[in-house]
Design a protein around this ligand. Structure first.
Ligand code: ASP
Length: 472
């Protein structure tokens, strides 16, 4: 039966079977030592010269070979112990060695934290890069955070619900990724920029408390540390208000940090709240970094920014657009009041919108939603959509709201950014198993890539031939 390296300390005097990778090999004259690595850690294995065949086989071992080793667990000789590392008091004296697979020399060192290695090479060989303890730890902690979230929200009556990935465009202000339909020539699905409409429709459905750890897709030009697909913790609640949504997220973050990151401290509790106006005036930013000591990697400065303007002028499109998204409730009494205020000064209308900022990054955005279909229609039209366009694009929402819609609102923390801050990582690619480059390529899979003529034909698509310059 297999023993994991983490359990070696409890097996003194016993014979164990170990499976894993050769992490390092050291020849000390007659003795050969290897560090054997499995998913739980490392153990030192020693090959003595007594068994010549075994010793000769051990001499062949190279880093990253996959092996099975049978041996007996013993205390290390006096003076050879190392209190500082796991299994530092024990070693396994090998009696049988089986090489399961050999390995080429990896293209880069897997031992260190890897930050000095060219990132493109790390991404091309991501399956090797993920072997380093730092990366493995990032993924483990991410899984722990997900598990914590599920437990936290589950125990508060939230239902985790999956929503479709191939769907219809939902407006979050970015370009959609489109998926051509084979069955309906000339028609396309869009990958959701967020499950915004579905989660609101789940409120109409009476679920009242929804969450989902969900992928969102936005086809944006490279801007800093973004990914074409990223993960949100998407939350929606009925019969709620701004304070309740913010309070829930504050409690979630506080307890998460306390349980999983006890070495970190929150600079201020309750999380301070600042109006958008004040943030812009004092910090010239809607995501101010209010850490007391910016050199302290363990300081977490959460801040809610509230009282956002509902609309901003889009000069390129010559129209007013929603600052958050069009479903956000503007602070107006009713449709007439909205019309009057919008006519008078659109930029002065505030919204029930809130962002959660952490150490200068926007890590969540949310709002109370418009649940009056007439107001929603009016807002869409104010943003430059024609009456018929609104019906074509959002008729399903307007119709749904005719069937008894509860007041509702929600928020969506971005988990990649949150994880990168919690793990003290400089960019979100370090906390994503298979990230894309800044310009949207998957170097390991070589995506995007060309597809066959037959595939295009089936999808009723023609592409302009690539003439050797960038793009098609
Ligand atoms: N759908 C919004 C977003 O992706 C979040 C929300 O309003 O709940 O930013």
């Amino acid at each position: 039966m297999r023993t994991l390296t983490k359990d070696i300390g409890t097996k003194e005097g016993e014979t164990v079977e170990l499976f894993g990778w050769v992490d390092t090999r050291r020849d000390h004259g007659k003795l050969i030592f290897i560090d054997l690595r499995d998913m739980t850690g490392i153990v030192q294995v020693v090959f003595t010269p007594g068994d010549k065949e075994l010793h000769a086989e051990a001499e062949r071992l190279r880093p990253e070979w996959v092996v099975k080793i049978t041996g007996s667990v013993a205390r290390r000789p006096k003076g050879m112990e190392n209190e500082k590392v796991a299994n530092g008091l024990h070693e396994v004296t090998a009696t049988v060695l089986q090489v399961i697979t050999e390995a080429k020399t990896p293209p880069f060192d897997l031992g260190g934290d890897g930050r000095e290695i060219n990132e493109e090479v790390r991404m091309k060989y991501r399956y090797l890069d993920l072997r380093r303890p730092r990366m493995r730890n990032n993924l483990r902690m991410r899984a722990n955070v997900n598990a914590f979230i599920r437990e936290f929200l589950g125990s508060r009556g939230f239902t985790e619900i999956e929503t479709p990935y191939i769907s219809k465009s939902t407006p979050e202000g970015a370009r959609d990724y489109l998926v051509p339909s084979r069955v309906y020539p000339g028609k396309f699905y869009a990958l959701p920029q967020s499950p915004q409409q579905y989660k609101q429709l789940l409120m109409v459905a009476g679920l009242e408390r929804y969450f989902q750890i969900v992928r969102c897709f936005r086809d944006e030009d490279t801007r800093g540390d973004r990914q074409p697909e990223f993960t949100q913790l998407d939350i929606e609640m009925s019969f709620t208000n701004q304070d309740e949504v913010m309070g829930l997220v504050e409690e979630l973050m506080t307890q998460l940090v306390k349980k999983l990151y006890p070495e970190k401290h929150l600079s201020q509790t309750p999380f301070p709240r600042m109006s958008y106006k004040e943030a812009m005036e004092r910090y010239n930013s809607d995501k101010p970094d209010i850490r007391k000591d910016k050199n302290d990697p363990n300081e977490l400065a959460f801040l809610f920014v509230v009282d956002f303007p509902a609309f901003e002028w889009k000069e390129t499109e010559k129209r007013w657009d929603a600052v958050h998204h069009p479903f956000t409730q503007p602070r107006v009494k009713d449709v007439e009041d909205f019309k009057a205020q919008f006519k008078n000064n659109p930029g002065a209308i505030l919204a029930d919108q809130y962002d959660l900022v952490l150490n200068g990054y926007e890590i969540a955005g949310g709002s109370i939603r418009i649940h009056n279909p007439a107001l929603l229609q009016e807002v869409f039209e104010a943003m430059g959509n024609k009456h018929e366009e609104v019906l074509a694009k959002f008729g399903h929402m307007l119709e749904a709201f005719e069937y008894g819609v509860p007041p509702h609102g929600g928020i969506a923390p971005g988990l990649d950014r949150l994880m990168s801050i919690l793990q003290n990582e400089p960019n979100i690619r370090e906390v994503i198993a298979f990230p894309k480059t800044g310009d949207g390529r998957d170097l390991m899979m070589d995506a995007p890539s060309e597809v066959s003529e037959a595939q295009l034909k089936e999808l009723h698509l023609k592409t302009e031939k690539n003439n050797g310059t960038k793009g098609i």
